[in-house]
Design a protein around this ligand. Structure first.
Ligand SMILES: Nc1ncnc2c1ncn2[C@@H]1O[C@H](COP(=O)(O)OP(=O)(O)OP(=O)(O)O)[C@@H](O)[C@H]1O
Length: 335
């Protein structure tokens, strides 16, 4: 990927600047005329998927007919547990193979590309459980991200003189990002000593080392304390305002409503609804998805909701905000 393609990252930018909220409506505004229908065309799609399927034995985990992700916007991908969200992320980011289908990125085919080539084209992802290397320092994790995403073998990339030419620039960028994400004070600490929330921050900072055009974030604030969660969300909206395209999986509807310009909903591997965040809670297909029932089944719509579904009704129990155990609990933030 051309390093100049990515959005400019300002080292000193404030996470909750006024310009962030102003641009939030700008990104959503560009989607204002878009019909809230699954598979709808977007005015300026960056990522386009067609007929993507993935099965595990007899289970069809993903069967998405058509999905477009708008450039420069924050798109939330929501749905009940097992809907296929992570599997779809895995496929698009090159960490898993689809059974069928095709997808393109910025007009270029991306189908079946391995992860390092996908990253080189400008599309990178984070994981539900941050993949930081505990026995390397925070800064070494950053440097490794630049080398690894560039297709180098990880260990040799750390050792080889070949790497030296790019090392200075990567080092500058690592320091700039660590300051921006308020990890400058722990840059020489082992990553294994960080809290869960700090590891999420590091994971986000790491993917920015390659100046991506788009990031896929898998539950970016799961298991993170409220203060650090706000900080992370501020960073995400700020990155969007600088031109980055963001697609994120999230179960917490307050987070989804708070930062999304657009919401796509999956259930049983399918895309069942799309729309601006404020329309999603009222969409019958979405309510049914969270109730585990198809809209055309007898009795649909007769019961009171029993899940903590897309309306964000906290009084109703399990649902999209259900704690599904991210494995981060043991490292709940200290900040
Ligand atoms: N490697 C695998 N082998 C077998 N089944 C799998 C595998 N990965 C995913 N699945 C199944 O595919 C379905 C979709 O899983 P996926 O993790 O994509 O859902 P999700 O929407 O991300 O769920 P969650 O919100 O709980 O993370 C689930 O039924 C899951 O059990």
């Amino acid at each position: 990927m051309n390093a100049d393609q990515g959005p400019a990252v300002r080292a000193s930018a404030s996470a909750d600047s006024e310009s962030a909220s102003a641009s939030a409506s700008a990104a959503a505004g560009r989607l204002a005329g878009t019909a809230p229908e699954p598979g709808v065309r977007k005015p300026d799609p960056l990522l386009v998927l067609d007929g993507v399927t993935r099965s595990f034995g007899g289970l069809v985990a993903v069967r998405v007919d058509h999905l477009e992700v708008q450039r420069g916007a924050i798109t939330a991908l929501i749905g009940p547990n097992g809907a296929g969200k992570t599997t779809l992320f895995n496929i698009v980011s090159g960490f898993d193979r689809a059974g069928s289908g095709s997808w393109s990125f910025d007009g270029h085919p991306l189908t079946g590309r391995p992860a390092h080539r996908v990253a080189r084209q400008g599309l990178v992802r984070t994981f539900q459980l941050p993949r930081t290397l505990s026995r390397l320092t925070v800064r070494e994790n950053m440097m490794l991200a630049a080398a690894g995403q560039g297709g180098e073998r990880l260990l040799s990339a750390l050792l080889r003189p070949l790497w030296r030419g790019q090392e200075r620039e990567a080092g500058r960028r690592a320091d700039e990002l660590l300051e921006r994400f308020r990890l400058g004070g722990v840059r020489d600490d082992y990553a294994g000593t960080l809290s869960g929330g700090q590891r999420k921050l590091l994971e986000l900072a790491r993917v920015l080392m390659v100046r991506p055009v788009m990031v896929l974030l898998d539950e970016p604030v799961a298991g993170v304390n409220p203060a650090l969660s706000q900080s992370l969300l501020g960073h995400i909206t700020e990155l969007r305002d600088e031109g980055l395209t963001v697609c994120f999986v999230e179960h917490d509807m307050d987070v989804v409503m708070g930062i999304s310009d657009w919401v796509a909903v999956m259930a049983d591997g399918r895309l069942v609804a799309e729309g601006p965040p404020h329309t999603i809670g009222q969409n019958p297909a979405v309510v049914d998805a969270y109730l585990g029932r198809r809209h055309d089944e007898p009795g649909a719509g007769e019961d009171e909701p029993t899940g903590n579904g897309p309306t964000g009704d906290e009084s109703t129990g399990a649902g999209p905000t259900e704690d599904k155990g991210t494995g981060d609990e043991s490292s709940e933030d200290k900040e």
